[in-house]
Each structure stands twice: as structure tokens, then as C-alpha cells.
Design a protein around this ligand. Structure first.
Ligand code: PLP
Length: 374
């Protein structure tokens, strides 16, 4: 692995040492948090400490309840489960697949060309009888673009609705303030911050009633049945404590690469919008995402074409199409740094990518001259 340059943190961020240590310590305890003996009580203590740390990490102490889940997907599913009590559902066009398409008949709030939710269009969708359940993500997983959640919350609450916010990609990259966002629920996932895969959380407004998605036994105050993943949960909390955002050095290294790319005529998607640091989403009209990925992979650089697809195939981006760039939707590349990234890594990426692009352009232009390409 030594020669691999990993720039795919938005897909999964490698396990942080702090998380590994917390995971091992909790694993060595080897007990069930529901057991009444001393080791069970120790596991329960770890569980409650992790809950308090994560609530504190998103400024939700006092106002927020927290249910541990198997990840962001389950947290989103539990939030969507609440929609049954509402009259209609709206999801933004940028939502992750675990929300987008998960509710039959949901209306879709479009995105602006910059990739944020279109607030005017959302207001029009909310001009509808009945109470809405609305899902708008905080930061998009492809572009990193941040939507104005406080404004969305005001619109939704004016209709007596529920606002769910998928904050999976925002966690660890920007300061999340649950109280200021005024969301009714917030989904988090540990593996995007180096806390390990298969653990997440749904934070909810304690003034609301949350229904269980997985019922049966009484863990998590009856809100999520199943033995808690104590090692994973301890690792999640440790990873969150270790997150200090993306440094200014990394940010300026990313910005220089963006400037160089723009000089080559490359589009930086969401460039004019408020974006989380660390995600670069780029597109140009010719070189297919799949071929770019092969080129980068052969040079030992791990990047991605957008969201990580469960089938392992390279899909055309629905988000880029929703932003009004359908012709670019299969020519995008997402480069995402994180806690293992050094400022130089951005330049290494640029050097390798530009060489490939140069070869692509030469080949494409030659083919055009010889008439092989229309
Ligand atoms: N939401 C967003 C924005 C994501 O990027 C992801 C993961 O790619 C998820 C939800 C799903 O999270 P998990 O992989 O923990 O199920």
C-alpha cells in the first residue's frame, strides 16, 4: 500500500489511530452493554460516553437525542420512517441514494446550477395543503456544496413539517451546530471521518417523537433494537474528537490545483457555492470518468467518479445532471482529501491527471483529424 495515494476520503476515510485504539480497548472489554454485571456496566459507560461526546460534537447536548445505527444509510432510513406521519414528502435532487428514490411519490426539490437546493423552488413545493416531511442534505457527497439548512428549516417549520438533514459528508469537515440548524433529525456516519465502517447515528430533536425502525428489544431506549456495536461506537466518538477540520495549508494546496485546472479549461463543479474543504469535483467535455479512473488507478492514485456505487460500476452522475450539466455527468472526477492527505498530494494528483488529459487530448485531436471521430 506504500505507493498508493488515497484521495477518496469522501467514499471512506481510513481508520484514524485514535479510533483504532478506542475500538481495540472496547473490543478487549468483550461485554454486552445490556448485561448487569460489572463488565456490562463498563460497556454501558463507554456507550453513554460516546453518545455524550457525539452529541457535544454537533452541539446537540440537551436538545438532541441520539440513536446509534449501522451507518448513514440506516440513520437516513430511520428518519424517512417518520415520514409516514406526514402528508407529503419532498427530497432534494442532490440527496444520497439512501434517501433519493427511497420514498415512492416524493416530490423532488431541484438544485441550482451551483449545486445547492433551490430555495425558491422548495418554497413553491411547500405551497401545498398538509404537513410536509422534507429531506435536504447539509453537504453534498459529490460536489461538497453546502445548502442553507437554517433557511430550509424555517420554510419547513412554517408548514408544521419535519426537516431531516443528511450531514454524513459535513461531519468533521465543517462545524455542525444542531441547535442552529434547527433540523428535526440529522444523519451521521463514522466511516467518513475515519471512525470505521458500519456505524452511524441519527440525532433527533427531543421535543419530537421518534419511532423505531428496528423494533423488538429495548436497546437505545426502544428506538433501535439490537446489541450495540460498542467497539465501533467508541471508535466513532474517538474519531470525531480527533477531527479538527481541513487545515488552511491543505485548503490552499487544493485551491492552487483548482486554479491550474481552470487554466486548462476544466470546470470545477459548485465552484461559486459554499463548499466543504477537501472535495474537488471537476469535469471536462471529453474524457470519460471510467477512463480517467483507470488512468489514475494505474498510477496508484485512488479517486472516484462521484458517489461510491454499490455495484462498483462507474455511473453517470444524477447530481451533475440536476445541476444542469447533463453532458458532463459521465466526465466527472471527485478528488477528496482527509486526515491522511498532505498538501503535496494535491500537486501529485494534478501532475498525473494532467499527463493523462494531455494524452487524451492528443489522441482525440488526431482521431478528429483522421476523421475517426465525428
Ligand atoms: N449520505 C451521504 C451523503 C453519503 O455520502 C453516504 C455514504 O456514501 C451515506 C449517506 C451512507 O452512509 P453509510 O455508508 O454509512 O451507510
Amino acid at each position: 500500500m506504500a505507493d498508493i495515494l488515497y484521495l477518496d476520503h469522501a467514499a471512506t476515510s481510513p481508520l484514524r489511530p485514535e479510533a483504532r485504539e478506542a475500538f481495540m480497548r472496547a473490543s478487549d472489554l468483550g461485554s454486552n452493554a445490556s448485561s448487569v454485571h460489572s463488565l456490562g456496566r463498563k460497556a454501558k459507560l463507554l456507550l453513554e460516553e460516546a453518545r455524550a461526546d457525539i452529541l457535544a460534537g454537533v452541539n446537540a447536548i440537551g436538545t438532541g437525542g441520539l440513536v446509534f445505527t449501522s451507518g448513514g444509510t440506516e440513520a437516513n432510513a430511520q428518519a424517512l420512517h417518520q415520514a409516514q406521519a406526514f402528508d407529503y414528502v419532498i427530497v432534494s435532487a442532490g440527496e444520497h441514494d439512501s434517501i433519493y428514490g427511497a420514498v415512492a411519490g416524493a416530490a423532488v426539490a431541484p438544485l441550482t446550477a451551483d449545486g445547492a437546493v433551490d430555495l425558491d423552488a422548495l418554497s413553491r413545493l411547500l405551497d401545498h395543503p398538509g404537513r410536509p416531511f422534507v429531506s435536504v442534505m447539509l453537504a453534498n457527497n459529490e460536489t461538497g456544496v453546502i445548502s442553507d439548512i437554517a433557511t430550509v428549516a424555517a420554510l419547513v417549520h412554517a408548514c408544521d413539517g419535519w426537516l431531516h438533514v443528511d450531514a454524513v459528508q459535513a461531519l468533521g469537515k465543517i462545524n455542525i451546530d444542531f441547535n442552529a440548524l434547527e433540523a428535526d433529525s440529522l444523519a451521521l456516519s463514522a466511516h467518513k471521518i475515519g471512525g470505521g465502517q458500519g456505524v452511524g447515528a441519527l440525532i433527533y430533536n427531543r421535543d419530537r417523537t421518534l419511532k423505531a425502525l428496528i423494533g423488538g428489544s429495548g436497546q437505545e431506549l426502544g428506538l433501535r433494537a439490537g446489541t450495540e456495536n460498542i467497539p465501533g461506537i467508541a471508535a466513532f466518538a474517538a474519531a470525531l474528537k480527533a477531527c479538527h477540520g481541513v487545515s488552511d495549508d491543505l485548503c490552499s494546496a487544493q485551491k492552487s490545483v483548482e486554479t491550474a485546472l481552470k487554466a486548462l479549461g476544466i470546470t470545477i463543479l459548485g465552484e461559486a457555492a459554499d463548499r466543504v474543504r477537501g472535495i474537488l469535483y471537476m469535469a471536462q467535455p471529453g474524457w470519460a470518468s471510467s477512463l480517467q479512473l483507470i488512468h489514475m488507478d494505474m498510477a496508484g492514485i485512488c479517486v472516484s467518479s462521484g458517489s461510491a456505487c454499490s455495484s462498483g460500476k462507474v455511473k453517470s452522475s444524477r447530481v451533475v445532471t440536476a445541476m444542469g450539466w447533463p453532458d458532463l455527468a459521465d466526465k466527472v472526477l471527485r478528488v477528496s482529501g482527509g486526515w491522511t492527505t498532505q498538501p503535496d498530494d494535491w500537486q501529485k494528483f494534478l501532475t498525473v491527471w494532467s499527463k493523462g488529459y494531455e494524452v487524451y487530448l492528443k489522441r482525440h485531436n488526431n482521431l478528429r483529424v483522421t476523421g475517426e471521430v465525428a
